[in-house]
Design a protein around this ligand. Structure first.
Ligand code: CMC
Length: 436
């Protein structure tokens, strides 16, 4: 961290002495005021529920300029990565900080492929779930359970353990997601095929059966790979912060990533892709494009509790660049599958058009986010709606693990332990039960 030329001075109207606070500069983005010594100096905490103005860590992985609508992984624009790289290169970039050359990519891909199988015992663990269990309930359990199977990579303070658990998690997530799907469909699990690409292998495990040969459709393979790239990391979002906080206690990497999966599930975060598709289907049932105006009135009515899912973002106050790429991918996939007239895509475009012109959305700077179009692509590919967030978790795993490893390697890292403004009862005595 680099000290800025200026410092911040905090003064108090009650005559208490003012304090100087150091200011640090990042390579780009807002400066930060270092308040770590504030409590020692003033006896006061800062108050920022929801982290509206608080940087929880320093990080060199992902940068978002929310006003410009810019997303960089290790400095590279997401638009360039999505077009020129594949998911394995993106994983290498996020984990190690650089894009691999041919040999480096082949070596990394082989290392990941070597770990695609899961312990055979895992399927018996899965069998304990109801067939209609939500895939994210299953994933939260399965990812946490990995720590019971891979004892040789659970020491978060050991760099070798961190490396092997990173590779294992990236390699095994597609296998676990596909197993969760096959279990719900009552079909046999398909073992991974390591001669296929990361996305191709996932399609094979999802859609192949032992009865017939399965041929990977290259358009869908590329689309899935792009979905993975677009979801790979997003700096200090709720699930990543959860992974960091969970990992800060020194727990094992599988447990920390399971915490991230659990957080991602919520509809304000990764669960928005499922919620968005359900919303589109509901509007379609109500009458489709003709009912868009009526639906928008509900969204704008604060008492209705209805939100336009797939819209709005804490950081982006402009079009989410991932949503633009996702919309393009959506068009490509629908065209390749002969679904150009997909009613939900038309509906989504109509909603977007109205929202981008409507004062409510314009004033609040609400734009489509990554979840707005991703569900339509996934549905066209044949992925069930309830599996969407599990696929998000598969893709985000590399980001989580890169951020976790960055935190453990940071000399400034401490267990995460927020403070509070206590508003409950002051000390009082317990009365005997007959007198209460
Ligand atoms: N529909 C209608 N109104 C909205 C929406 C929406 N989708 N999003 C925000 N608003 C309104 C909100 O009611 C508030 O209005 P007012 O100022 O009158 O009270 C204003 O816009 C600011 O919103 P906020 O709730 O203070 O913003 P936030 O930063 O706390 O929340 C968000 C961000 C993503 C949780 C929220 O925009 C949202 O719930 N969106 C829908 C769910 C969604 O698509 N989530 C995916 C996020 S991107 C991918 C990911 O993280 O996984």
């Amino acid at each position: 961290m680099k000290l800025a030329d200026n410092k911040a001075t905090m003064s108090f109207s009650n005559g208490a002495p003012s304090v100087d606070l150091p200011v640090y500069q990042g390579s780009v983005g807002p400066d930060v005021i270092d308040i770590r010594k504030l409590y020692a100096q003033t006896g006061m905490f800062t108050y920022d529920p929801g982290f509206l103005s608080t940087a929880s860590c320093q990080s060199a992985i992902t940068y978002i300029d929310g006003d410009k609508g810019e997303l960089l992984y290790r400095g590279y624009p997401i638009e360039q990565l999505a077009v020129n790289c594949d998911f394995m290169e993106t994983c290498h970039l996020l984990l190690y900080g650089n894009l691999p050359n041919e040999a480096g990519k082949a070596e990394f891909t082989k290392r990941v492929s070597n770990h695609t199988m899961v312990n055979e015992q895992m399927q018996f663990f899965l069998r304990g779930f109801r067939r209609d269990a939500h895939p994210m309930a299953i994933m939260t359990g399965l990812v946490g359970a990995l720590s019971a199977f891979y004892h040789d990579s659970t020491d978060i303070n050991n760099p070798e353990h961190r490396e092997i658990s990173a590779i294992r998690l990236i390699a095994k997530m597609p296998t676990l997601v596909a197993m969760a799907y096959k279990y719900s469909a009552g079909q046999p699990y398909m073992y991974p095929k390591n001669n296929l690409s990361y996305a191709g292998n996932f399609m094979h495990m999802m859609f192949a059966t032992p009865c017939e040969d399965y041929v990977v459709n290259p358009v869908i393979e590329r689309a899935l790979d792009r979905i993975f790239i677009l979801h790979a990391d997003h700096e200090q979002n709720a699930s990543t912060s959860t992974v960091r906080l969970c990992g800060s206690s020194g727990t094992n990497p599988f447990a920390a990533i399971a915490a991230g999966v659990a957080c991602l599930w919520g509809p304000s975060h990764g669960g928005a892709n499922e919620a968005c598709l359900n919303m589109l289907e509901d509007i379609q049932k109500m009458g489709g494009v003709a009912k868009v105006g009526e639906f928008m009135n509900q969204v704008k009515d604060k008492n209705s509790g209805v939100k336009l899912m797939g819209f709005g973002h804490r950081v982006y106050k402009n079009y989410d660049p991932r949503a633009k790429l996702m919309q393009e991918t959506c068009k490509e996939v629908l065209t390749a599958l002969g679904l150009e007239n997909d009613p939900l895509f038309k509906l989504a475009m109509a909603l977007e058009k109205i929202a981008l012109e409507d004062d409510y959305f314009v004033q609040r700077k609400l734009y489509p986010n990554v979840d707005f179009y991703s569900g339509i692509v996934q549905r066209a590919i044949g992925i069930p709606v309830s599996l969407f967030t599990a696929i998000f978790s598969l893709a985000r795993t590399v980001g989580w693990i890169a951020q976790l490893n960055e935190m453990i390697g940071d000399p400034e890292y401490k267990i995460g332990r927020p403070r509070q403004l206590f508003t409950g009862s002051v000390k009082r005595d317990v009365l005997p039960i007959a007198q209460r």
